[in-house]
Ligand binder design. Structure first.
Ligand SMILES: *Cc1c(COP(=O)(O)O)cnc(C)c1O
Length: 414
């Protein structure tokens, strides 16, 4: 046994989350793609079967009340809330991340417009209108596409800016920025952006901060309430293990909820959904972010999946500590096994700047990943040249990490 294998064994033996792996359906494959699709928690199929056979099959329409279907978006939002540092009543689950980016961004611009009309007295009146949206220039494409459309619809200009440049871009524009859409963790490089500082900079410029938490929720502390984030969205099928296409969530800070003017005001967000009125009147609180009938099967699979967070010893802090240890150990093993110059990590060394994945730039990355998958190490490939390995602390162990690095080195050796 090599030195690194021995260290992996020790780290696994001392891992307070080691037993949680048994709560998931896994096999011999080394699964390092939980940042794309989380693994299946073992109890979910039974719960989904109950939802289908009993709640739908037997209770039928009674389940909207009796099985809690109608209130599931807010109820499950309150399960996600503590994982992103939010008090209850501010998170609602439904629709995809793409759709929630649209809701949040348009609503943020509308709040900024409203500030321009009502707030700030004479000083405010002398200011230029807020007609610009800043978007993370390195964003996952869907956020950028949606932001472009949201900008066009609201009469704003969209300006792509690297997250680190946001403070200076805000200053440049002299108070014209309405909203800023940022990713907490970069999906390609795994870089963790400074949410507290960037949110403070956005606020200092009088704009609204919309954060996409797809690659941070369930992997590291977010602190939405603590840092005064205005609006946030994220998906639930990555580190939250909600299943393929499980619905996303929308956070609207409590004091902003009365001003949240949804661009998609469906009947589910009406103050009186069964009043069947022709005039729209928004519900108060988190349900204001709903649109139409929720996708109950996916939603309740997600609810079951979140039970993992109630297991003994499972907490965001414990997950973060293990995540950093896993990524550190992976980088160490890659450094030891892979010949110099074959890969280059684009994931920051500093813990304060690292999410829960490691991205390695590599020649022929697409082909290399194909071979890794054939050898039972599943990560993914992001064009043009990145091998991406996601480390879900709930079910990835240190022996997996050492093995993956060893297989990578072997694969690169040809
Ligand atoms: C995964 C991911 C999405 C996915 O959006 P969907 O609407 O669920 O397809 C969006 N944005 C980011 C940053 C992501 O990482």
């Amino acid at each position: 046994m090599s030195e690194l294998q021995r260290i992996a064994e020790e780290l696994d033996a001392a891992d307070p989350l080691a037993a949680v792996r048994g709560k998931f359906v896994l096999d011999d494959v080394t699964y390092l793609d939980g940042n794309s699709l989380g693994a299946l928690p073992a109890h979910v199929p039974g719960r989904v079967e109950d939802v289908v056979r009993r709640q739908w099959g037997e209770l039928r329409i009674r389940s909207w009340e009796e099985s809690g279907w109608w209130t599931a978006p807010e109820r499950i939002g309150d399960r996600i809330a503590p994982l992103v540092g939010a008090a209850a009543g501010q998170v609602v689950v439904g629709d995809s991340t793409s759709v929630n980016v649209f809701k949040a961004l348009v609503a943020a611009v509308r709040m900024a417009e409203q500030d321009g009309r009502t707030g700030g007295g004479s000083e405010r009146r002398n200011r230029p209108v807020r007609d610009e949206i800043l978007v993370d220039a390195t964003t996952f494409p869907t956020d950028g596409y949606i932001a472009e459309s949201a900008a066009r619809m609201t009469g704003c200009t969209l300006r792509p800016v690297a997250p680190a440049e946001v403070p200076s871009a805000l200053a440049d524009r002299g108070g014209r920025t309405a909203a800023v859409l940022l990713n907490h963790v970069d999906y390609r490089t795994g870089r963790l952006h400074d949410l507290p500082a960037l949110t403070a900079a956005v606020h200092a410029a009088g704009a609204y901060a919309v954060w996409d938490l797809c690659h941070s929720a369930g992997a590291l502390p977010v602190g939405l309430d603590e840092h005064g984030v205005d609006l946030a969205v994220g998906c639930t099928y990555k580190y939250l293990n909600g299943g393929p296409g499980s619905p996303a969530y929308l956070y609207v800070r409590r004091d902003l909820q009365p001003r949240f003017d949804s661009p998609l005001p469906g009947w589910n967000s009406h103050a009186e959904p069964f009043g069947m009125r022709s005039d729209y009147a928004p519900a108060s609180g988190a349900p204001r972010g709903r649109v139409g009938t929720p996708d109950i099967l996916s939603l309740l699979a997600l609810e079951a999946a979140l039970d993992v967070w109630d297991e003994e010893g499972v907490s965001v802090a414990a997950v973060r500590a293990k995540s950093l240890a896993l990524t550190d150990f992976f980088l160490r093993c890659v450094g030891a096994y892979v010949p110099d110059g074959r890969v280059e990590s684009v994931t920051p060394e500093a813990h304060a700047e690292r999410g829960s994945q490691v991205a390695l730039r590599c020649e022929d990355a697409g082909e290399v990943m194909k071979q890794l998958i054939e050898r039972g190490v599943v990560g993914d490939y992001r064009a043009p040249d990145v091998l991406r390995f996601g480390f879900t602390p709930l079910y990835v162990g240190f022996a997996d990490v050492e093995w993956a690095a060893r297989v990578l080195a072997r694969t690169l050796a040809g």
